[in-house]
Design a protein around this ligand. Structure first.
Ligand code: IMP
Ligand code: MG
Length: 510
């Protein structure tokens, strides 16, 4: 095992030769295995930083045979004992309670966080945000985004509406009180929400079982001040710093910086399948801004896709979903436990698309790391991948993960374009009518919902590939599909890394 790892490191060192800033991010709807990639690259990094999102993220890492899941804390924290600095950047939104809980949990597992730094400019998630997120989702089933209920959207909205607070405010009680008072004055309309329902939301575990609830005002001002400033603030005070300074110094000193993306390009509020997206810009530019970096700082941009499949959690268009709307409805209503009880034997080669998708989900363990929801599973969508790659540059290389899952699948379908089902739609100057071919779809969910996928089918491979460590030993069928994809999306560079299993060593470097 030791030997294999050093072989992997040698390969990685040549990939990382001359690189000082590397990005690991997802080109799909999240959950493509960023956690594992950060773990693989961690030996090289001096600093690991996250720039967007909050505890909506769920990054899973297999560490010494044990599964670790991180939410707001960058997975880089696993390098703390080796002196690596882990940063929660200025573009993130932080619910201090979730952060403190996660830190306590680390402690229980014998992990340390001595070198953790939290940007003083990271945005605060307040109880109002969690309330608004949940109330909005409950309001109308049709318009449901399927958020994680962590208050992410309202926290970002309030930042832009100029009524937000930052982590630095935890350090100054007077300022916190003034800003919170002003913040709550803009939340008076929430008092109109039916009281029984409001009370129920406020009583959820995430809001500390009703501690912030006030029957007259909805939010209990003093309790928020007490917990934010005196409980969480005190626990976190030594970690809140100016992270921009650390980053600028690291750039000058040519330290190695690893940027850990959150969510994915298709969930970016600016470039994703709007409105079924998260509320931050999860694209390369958004990530960099949220870390205090610029595009020209980046030497290697690793864009991850799942090996020939695609998944999403929550609502929203997914043209290549296996089993279509049946799968979407099913995933919204059923839990993992129900699924495991009900479907004991499922086959990835089933002719029933819904069942084939379900079997892939079971095999790949595609359940939300944050919410536990079954992820919707489908086939690689190249029109959407082209959209994600539009803003890539010469330093962008693909990474493919989870390719081992498809071993034994007889036919592999790849979506190359859509056929539009109408009604007439103008995408700028392009008009789509019923029957139009769609190669570069507008990122508008009203349009995407009316698209039928067209697939190219490839023969699959039967062998287990988890032991393969060199590209040339991968099955020919797999390499043919990969070459087709690279050619189709116009990617001139080879992929940088192919992951053939959950463990660190189950990795091929090209
Ligand atoms: P929010 O980020 O909680 O507002 O949720 C908005 C959408 O993004 C929902 O469809 C979520 O399921 C999705 N989402 C948010 N974070 C993640 C993630 O880390 N992985 C996958 N999907 C996510
Ligand atoms: Mg995830």
């Amino acid at each position: 095992m030791e030997k294999k790892e050093s072989y992997l490191r040698k390969e990685l060192r040549s990939l990382l030769f001359g690189v000082h800033v590397a990005v690991v991010r997802c080109l799909q709807w999240g959950d493509t295995g960023k956690g594992k990639m950060v773990d693989v690259l961690m030996f090289w990094a001096d600093i690991i930083i996250r720039g967007t999102g909050g505890d909506n993220a769920g990054h899973t890492i297999m560490n010494n045979g044990k599964k670790k899941v991180f939410h707001i804390i960058p997975s880089g924290i696993l390098g703390d004992k080796k002196g690596k600095v882990t940063i929660i950047g200025p573009g993130t939104v932080v619910y201090p309670k979730a952060l403190v809980d996660e830190l306590l949990n680390l402690g229980k597992q014998g992990l340390t966080y001595k070198h953790l730094k939290i940007s003083k400019n990271a945005k605060l998630i307040l109880p109002t945000h969690i309330f608004e997120d949940r109330a909005k989702e409950l309001k109308s089933a049709d318009a449901k985004i399927g958020t994680t209920g962590k208050g992410i959207g309202p926290a970002y909205s309030d930042h832009f509406a100029r009524i937000g607070l930052t982590m630095n405010d935890l350090l100054n009680e007077d300022v916190f009180r003034k800003k919170l008072k002003r913040h709550l004055s803009y939340k008076q309309h929430l008092l109109d929400y039916p009281q029984d329902k409001a009370k129920k939301i406020m009583a959820c575990d995430h809001l500390m079982a009703g501690i912030f609830y006030d029957p007259d005002e909805l939010f209990n001002f003093e309790q928020i001040v007490y917990h934010y400033v005196h409980v969480f603030g005190v626990s976190l005070q030594n970690y809140i710093v100016d992270t921009d300074k650390i980053i600028q110094k690291a750039l000058k000193e040519k330290k190695n910086i690893l940027i850990e993306g959150a969510q994915g390009d298709l969930l970016s509020v600016d470039y994703g399948t709007y409105p079924f997206v998260t509320s931050s810009d999860a694209s390369l530019e958004g990530l960099l801004k949220g870390c205090g970096l610029r595009a020209e700082d980046v030497d290697l941009d690793l864009g991850i896709i799942k090996g020939f499949v695609q998944t999403r959690v929550g609502s929203g268009p997914f043209p290549s979903e296996a089993g279509g709307s049946m799968s979407e409805l099913y995933c919204a209503k059923h839990s993992r436990v129900e699924e495991e009880d009900r479907y004991t034997e499922v086959d990835i080669n089933s002719e029933n698309e819904f069942e084939a998708g379900l079997a892939l989900r079971r095999k790949a363990q595609e359940y939300g790391a944050t919410t536990g929801r079954p992820r919707r599973v489908g086939y690689l969508d190249l029109p959407l991948l082209k959209n994600s790659l539009k803003r890539s540059n010469a330093n962008t290389r693909l990474v493919l993960t989870k390719l081992d899952i498809l071993s034994g699948k007889k036919i592999i379908k790849i979506c190359t374009h859509y056929v539009y089902k109408g009604p007439n739609y103008f995408d700028g100057q392009i008009m789509y009518v019923e029957g139009s071919t769609v190669e570069e779809p507008p990122m508008d969910s009203y349009f995407l919902e009316n698209c039928s996928p067209v697939y190219k089918e490839f023969p699959g491979w039967s062998e287990d590939i988890r032991e393969v460590r060199k590209y040339k030993y991968l099955p020919k069928e797999l390499k043919d599909i990969l070459e087709f994809i690279l050619d189709f999306v116009g990617m001139e560079q080879d992929p940088a890394i192919i992951s053939v299993g959950a463990d660190r060593e189950e990795t091929i470097v090209l």
